[in-house]
Design a protein around this ligand. Structure first.
Ligand code: MG
Length: 408
């Protein structure tokens, strides 16, 4: 089948783009910063939403519509995701209202139109990947697909007086996002609505206007929209309850040879020898890298940065640690604690302990209070005792979302 398809190389034909709407300026969920950029259990809400789509195998590209004055916030929240992925395109400037923001997002895609587009609210950061699958499955036969949940509470309609009537909830649904569409008809519906001055609250409403059948698929309570401070707290509680703690250990040794300084945990310490290795031989950072990779069950430092590869010759080891930290972030995890023990008779570690903790904390983006550096000797026994080399061991404690939430 692939052989019969003639698409322009690099063209978006046949592809699915997720368009995430994050152009709101509201600060309702508390605390100054617009809510989509505020940390939710340590990770900005928008970043969580973007990551869900970037990590989904059936999504080819992700674009975000933002308020024009939020570019700095956007870059701070997402830049590393963009550099690590071909599929996160540049931010699109939105409009004053949601409908206008979506239309501008679609127009930005119109030159190289994808086949399908999913429109998602950044304020629904806990969207399960399975909802994306259900929407895409429905799009194979329907013009549009909408995730919904039944209304479980009894609904009342209140009048000006104290009188109330009960509303039959049997035919009522709560609409969520992502809402899925074939790209061309949605863009046409948005252009028509803009020309006619028609305003609606969601995108399926525009398709309904044009008489299209909108397929309903099961939404998820976890795809709740975070609007109030109470929503924010509930989402954080959900996230924290679902994280699992993983512990990894790392160990490394490097030989001492001629030289005048060693690099330990990124700190240069005068010494009557130097550590020998293919990189800068920072035994402390190497042990930390392996501890983090161990907690991720993601191989070891030698697998990711083979000593046989000349590009790592003399490399500063903070690059290896930064890479391990990126791998944690890519899994949606956080580093809870790092505990490093250096084993050597000399140099004395105590005077450099705080500098090492600060350096590790800076590389890993964690508070210094979550980094421990200890040192011990081996009572002059063995190769360490004889000053032939320095060893380091490390324990990394991570909190990670369960695998099925990341990949499923
Ligand atoms: Mg090493």
């Amino acid at each position: 089948m692939a052989a019969s398809m003639s698409t322009t190389p690099g063209s978006s034909a046949g592809k699915t783009v997720a368009l995430i709407v994050a152009a709101g300026r509201g600060e309702r969920a508390g605390g100054g910063m617009p809510k989509q950029y505020r940390p939710l259990a340590g990770v900005p809400m928008l970043r969580r939403a973007v990551r869900t789509f970037l990590g989904h195998p059936r999504i080819d590209a992700v674009r975000v519509v933002i308020a024009p004055e939020h570019h700095a916030l956007y870059h701070a929240a997402l830049d590393d995701l963009a550099s690590g992925s071909q599929s996160l395109g540049p931010a699109i400037d939105g409009g004053a209202e949601r409908q206008e923001s979506v239309r501008r997002g679609l127009e930005a895609l119109a030159d190289d139109p994808p086949s399908r587009v999913l429109i998602h609210d950044a304020a629904r950061p806990l969207l399960p990947a399975a909802v994306i699958d259900r929407v895409l499955d429905a799009l194979q036969v329907a013009a549009a697909a909408l995730p919904v949940l039944p209304v479980v509470d009894t609904l009342k309609r209140a009048t000006d007086t104290a009188a109330m009537t009960t509303v039959d909830r049997g035919n009522l649904w709560r609409a969520q996002t992502p809402q899925g569409f074939h790209f061309a008809p949605l863009l046409a519906a948005h252009r028509r609505a803009a020309a006619e001055g028609v305003e609606v609250t969601d995108d399926t409403a525009l398709m309904e206007r044009s008489g299209a059948v909108v397929a309903r698929v099961a939404g998820s309570e976890n795809a709740m929209k975070i609007t109030t401070t109470e929503d924010h707290h509930r989402a954080e509680a959900l996230l924290n309850a679902s994280l699992e703690v993983r512990v990894g250990t790392g160990f490394d040794v490097h030989r001492l040879g001629p030289g005048s300084s060693v690099i330990l945990a990124g700190v240069v310490i005068p010494h009557d020898g130097s550590l020998i290795g293919h990189s800068d031989a920072d035994v402390a950072l190497h042990a930390l890298v392996d501890a983090i990779l161990g907690a991720l069950a993601d191989g070891d430092i030698g697998a990711h940065f083979p000593p046989s590869d000349p590009q790592w010759r003399g490399a500063a080891s903070d690059r290896f640690l930064a890479d391990a930290v990126r791998r944690v972030a890519a899994r949606g995890g956080v580093i809870r604690h790092l505990d490093l023990t250096l084993l050597c008779e000399r140099p004395r570690i105590g005077p450099h302990r705080d500098a090492m903790r600060a350096r590790i904390a800076a590389i890993c983006g964690v508070p210094v209070s979550r980094v421990s550096v200890k040192a011990t000797t081996t009572e002059r026994l063995g190769f360490i005792g004889r000053g032939e080399g320095i060893a380091a061991q490390a324990v990394a404690t991570l909190a990670l979302p369960p695998e099925d939430e990341v990949d499923g």
